[in-house]
Design a protein around this ligand. Structure first.
Ligand code: BTN
Length: 251
């Protein structure tokens, strides 16, 4: 079933905008925030023509094959770093609900299913005169994107490939947003950090990130990754994509 405004109206009890196609739901959400969108409003799209990923990468959202949505939130500034955790926990719950068994969070907020990326999160804060006026949490989930034959098939996966049945994207959207609300209500408690940390597959892996190689041994309360290199020096990564090193590559 394809997503539509009418179908979403039946299940969502929050302000939302559905568009068959946009450049990027994050950009549409930013414009809505500037025009006075309320906390918790969400932009949902059937397809993106210029979906954006982290670190300036592009994000592929073909029609009716994925979830692409952006939430507009206005948490106290101290909790901004936890938005990534809230988003990752919500998608983790979604993948489990669909029946995926082998689900993990790859630091900072990729959801891996059977070791491949099924979802990504792009959180952007909008500042005005040094103060945050809101944040956009963009979530993309691969539902039935066909990666076969593309270079991405090595690293990316769709939920339907794993569960081997048709998934209803309206139901997925409803469940994802309800889990987001669940974790977001707890953003001021230690639970969000604790549960996000507990699902991180990156901890105890030997990784390379930017110029640093070492063991990712912990995360800070703000979500930074702590890495101990071969000389015992501790490095902090705020952002980036850790690459897991095999023994061979470490030497
Ligand atoms: C990443 O892993 O690089 C983050 C990908 C985030 C993609 C989502 S899809 C909905 C929202 N709109 C965008 O343009 N990007 C995010």
């Amino acid at each position: 079933m394809t997503i539509s405004q009418t179908l979403l109206e039946r299940v969502l009890s929050r302000p939302f905008k559905y568009l068959d196609q946009v450049n990027s739901t994050n950009d549409t959400a930013k414009a809505w925030l500037a025009a006075g969108a309320p906390e918790g409003a969400v932009v949902i799209a059937g397809a993106q023509t210029r979906g954006r990923g982290r670190h300036g990468r592009s994000w592929h959202t073909p029609p009716d094959a994925a979830l692409a949505l952006s939430l507009i939130l206005k948490p106290p500034e101290a909790f901004l770093p936890r938005l990534n955790m809230v988003a990752a926990l919500s998608v983790y719950d979604l993948a489990r609900k669909c029946g995926c068994k082998n689900v993990a969070i790859k630091w900072p907020n990729d959801i891996l299913v059977d070791g491949k990326k099924a979802s990504g999160v792009l959180t952007e804060t909008v500042w005005e005169g040094g103060d945050s006026v809101g944040a956009i949490v963009g979530i993309g989930v691969n539902v039935r994107i066909d990666f076969e034959g593309s270079a991405l098939s090595v690293t990316a996966i769709s939920l339907e490939d794993v569960v081997e049945r048709r998934l209803d994207r309206v139901q997925l959207t409803e469940f994802l947003l309800s889990r987001f609300d669940y974790w977001y209500r707890r953003i001021a408690t230690p639970t969000v950090f604790r549960e996000w940390r507990a699902r991180l597959v990156t901890l105890n892996q030997t990784i390379a990130i930017d110029e640093v190689k070492g063991v990712a041994f912990d995360v800070t309360a703000e979500g930074a990754l702590l890495i101990r290199d071969a000389n015992g020096r501790v490095h902090q990564a705020q952002a980036g994509d850790p690459v897991v090193m095999t023994e061979e590559r470490v030497r």
